[in-house]
Design a protein around this ligand. Structure first.
Ligand SMILES: [Fe+2]
Ligand SMILES: [Fe+2]
Length: 290
């Protein structure tokens, strides 16, 4: 008997508490997609961060995001993005309203308190295991050693999810230089080594870049970013596991296609930049190495 597992990978909802900060198109998209997620009846939803824009400084916004996820009424795991859980002191000082840095152990941060989550969480889905990781620059919470210990303790194919990409997702435009450098500069190399150092880690899923991308971290591990559910690129991923293969698909949401045009002057890119080439949107990946 084959076991079929379905995981929905969503990211970067950027839910806003203050009505004045909300965009009608984003609100509508989130509502449309929410209904689709519920209808999809997955085994697990994984959210790779930036559930909010102001949650690192405003715990009420994190509560709103939790309410949104709870309303799905399905199992989910969350990762804190730089807007939910400040990534480092320097950005915290530069952007105190959107990336506030809490000089506290992880378990005392607003994000951990609201979601009741640990640095690393695991879900055993039968044929595969899923882990989510919360990391801040310099790894003050010891996330990487915990991850390594848990990775070594199991044997099943493993899908790991964090907020930040570990390699650049595009060769041109803003995303050729945006991802981890300003957020976890002192920890990205160690984290990447930990991920590619184990052949049981087959997928590293992430968010943050607001684009739907696939890049190889190694010959054994694919990095996959999901788009940004509300603000664009409005999309999410469906990961279906059948026997020993992972089928990944991209579902287009109902919101803006591109995100970066709104922030970067004279930036115009094509659909492929935001949603990926056909092979980035859908494909098959073996979960077992031969
Ligand atoms: Fe984001
Ligand atoms: Fe982010």
């Amino acid at each position: 008997m084959y076991q079929h597992v379905k995981i929905l990978h969503i990211s970067d909802l950027h839910i806003e508490g203050l009505p004045a900060r909300r965009y009608a198109e984003v609100e509508k998209s989130l509502a449309v997609v929410k209904a689709r997620l519920i209808a999809a009846r997955p085994d697990l939803v994984v959210v790779t961060g930036d559930l909010t824009t102001h949650g690192s400084a405003k715990v009420e916004d994190l509560v709103l995001a939790k309410d949104w996820l709870d309303a799905l009424d399905m199992p989910y795991l969350v990762v804190g993005g730089n807007h939910d859980l400040g990534s480092n002191q320097s950005r915290g000082m530069d952007y105190p309203e959107t990336e506030f840095y809490e000089e506290l152990p992880f378990h005392h941060t607003g994000f951990a308190q609201v979601f009741g989550t640990h640095m690393v969480e695991t879900a055993d889905l039968g044929v595969v295991e899923v882990m989510t990781i919360n990391i801040r620059n310099g790894d003050p919470d010891g996330t990487i050693p915990i991850l390594q210990k848990l990775v070594e303790a199991g044997t099943k194919p493993l899908l790991i999810f964090g907020h930040y990409p570990l390699v650049n997702v595009r060769e041109r435009g803003i995303l050729a230089n945006f991802g981890f450098d300003e957020f976890i500069p002192d920890s990205v190399d160690l984290l990447r080594q930990a991920i590619i150092g184990s052949s049981r880690i087959r997928v590293y899923g992430c968010g943050h870049v607001h684009a739907n991308t696939v890049r190889a971290l190694s010959s054994e591990c694919l990095q996959m970013s999901a788009g940004a559910l509300g603000p664009g690129s409005s999309s999410y991923r469906v990961l279906s596991i059948d026997q020993n293969q992972l089928h990944y698909e991209t579902v287009i949401g109902d919101g803006p296609l591109g995100f970066w045009e709104r922030l970067v002057v004279d930036f115009h890119e094509d659909v492929e930049y935001h949603l990926g080439e056909p092979w980035e949107r859908s494909g098959v990946w073996n979960l077992f190495t031969s």
